[in-house]
Design a protein around this ligand. Structure first.
Ligand SMILES: CC(C)(COP(=O)(O)OP(=O)(O)OC[C@H]1O[C@@H](n2cnc3c(N)ncnc32)[C@H](O)[C@@H]1OP(=O)(O)O)[C@@H](O)C(=O)NCCC(=O)NCCS
Length: 140
């Protein structure tokens, strides 16, 4: 990892930059749950499992980990486009998984849009497996 780059717990003050990063990346579906108030609430409920990668006062990577008391969930793993393929996504994923396990999460799940093939290749390369036996039902 580049010396000027370090992993940190995300703070409320980071949210604007995090949202800018998410908006810059195809593959992340941003919805009403991503406005500042919603992300603030998520971070307050999950104070140890929301991580950022900082470099020169910028945020070049994010991941949100959520633990509901039973399962862990990974959201918004994102690496700035010009910083991809340097291992930062792996670093963020490994650390959020460890942080969720520290909270007590046994199984950890994440959702990927079916047309986001690069993220699916990434997760498969990191040892995650695609569940063929579950459909997701949503109430919106
Ligand atoms: C998915 C993402 C976080 C990966 O971050 P990254 O820093 O590029 O990942 P890494 O450098 O750790 O990649 C590790 C390995 O994953 C695989 N991989 C990563 N990106 C890939 C791609 N676009 N195509 C194919 N394989 C890929 C490769 O095996 C890679 O190893 P290699 O570079 O030695 O070949 C990044 O591409 C991203 O931010 N995408 C946009 C947002 C998004 O879709 N997030 C997921 C939401 S579910």
């Amino acid at each position: 990892m580049d010396d000027s780059c370090f992993l940190d717990i995300a703070t409320i003050d980071d949210i604007d930059m995090m949202r800018d990063l998410w908006a810059s990346l195809p593959g992340l579906g941003l919805g009403p749950g991503d406005d500042k108030a919603a992300i603030t609430g998520f971070m307050e409920r999950n104070p140890h499992t929301c991580l950022v990668l900082r470099k020169n006062r910028q945020i070049i990577g994010t991941v949100l980990g959520g633990f509901d008391g039973r399962r862990g969930y990974v959201y918004h793993l994102a690496v700035r486009q010009d910083c991809q393929r340097y291992g930062y996504g792996t670093l963020l994923l490994d650390n959020v998984v460890q942080a969720l396990k520290n909270e007590g999460a046994g199984k950890i799940h994440l959702l990927v849009f079916r047309d986001n093939s690069s993220a699916q290749l990434f997760y498969a390369a990191r040892g995650w497996h695609l569940r063929e036996d579950i459909n997701i039902f949503s109430l919106v």
